[in-house]
Design a protein around this ligand. Structure first.
Ligand code: ZN
Ligand code: FE
Length: 260
């Protein structure tokens, strides 16, 4: 089992910090800024022993040099030579042992080509966890900056096949805007309406809406529902020339969200 907590950074980033309950040795995921991480470590009396990176964007790697510099700790990340400071490049289906848990690496190209996600269900089967960076968000998915709709579709499909109770730790608090869009796509989705209310309550108390669970995302996130009749219909209303294939539906709703 892991204790996982968010370190807010910038406007809406979460840097996830995790450790096992009996240890003060922690890892952080996507430290875009070193300052808030150092503060959290000091405040809780924790010792940073490793860094995980999901992709090359600055808001995910900006703090790596500063954090790793004085500590000489491993930095896990995509096999992308353009990311400075990675000591352990990872590829699809690799496994790594971190903090008594085994993590499986899933290549998830789409948002960027180098994007990877970290999945663990070892240690405590009750609580599988996924660190998915900017691939899957609560209620949404990452913009297609480098990859294609095909790639994003297959990346999301892979994540969708993980256990339903997997907790989804994404890197941004984008949930409310995402759900507003989701409602435009599926105005009749009852579970989505419930989710909108739960999220509004959390945000009114300034609490994170992350993690979600995969089960919840499958029920409410339009980017995981491109095979559902209402989502297909919404895509074809938006772009009558597109087909009903899940990849085309994803392409149409992603482009729609870009301009929403
Ligand atoms: Zn990004
Ligand atoms: Fe980001």
């Amino acid at each position: 089992m892991l204790i996982i907590s968010p370190i807010p950074a910038f406007n809406d980033n979460y840097i996830w910090m995790f450790h096992s309950p009996d240890s003060r040795e922690v890892f952080v995921v996507d430290p875009g800024d070193a300052g808030p991480v150092e503060q959290a470590l000091n405040y809780h009396g924790l010792n940073l022993v490793g860094i995980l990176i999901t992709h090359h964007h600055f808001d995910h790697i900006g703090g790596v040099a500063e954090l790793a510099h004085t500590r000489n700790i491993p930095v896990y990340g995509p096999d992308n030579p353009n990311i400075k400071g990675i000591t352990h490049p990872l590829r699809d289906n690799d496994t790594v042992e971190l903090s008594t848990c085994q993590f499986k690496i899933l290549a998830t190209p789409g948002h960027t080509l180098d994007h990877i996600a970290y999945f663990t269900d070892s240690g405590d089967d009750e609580n599988p966890a996924l660190f998915c960076g900017d691939t899957l968000f609560v209620g949404g998915c990452g913009r297609l900056f480098e990859g294609t709709a095909e790639q994003m579709y297959s990346s999301l499909s892979r994540l969708a096949s993980l256990p339903g109770h997997t907790r989804i730790y994404c890197a941004h608090e984008y949930t409310q805007a995402n759900l507003e869009f989701a409602r435009a796509v599926e105005p009749n989705n009852r579970k989505l309406q419930e989710q909108v209310m739960q999220v509004a309550e959390l945000r009114s108390e300034n609490r994170p809406t992350v993690p979600s669970t995969l089960r919840k995302e499958l029920d409410t996130n339009p980017f995981l529902r491109s095979n559902q009749p209402e989502v297909i219909q919404a895509a074809s209303d938006r772009d009558p020339s597109s087909s009903a294939s899940p990849i085309d539906v994803l392409r149409v709703i992603r482009a729609w969200k870009d301009n929403f």
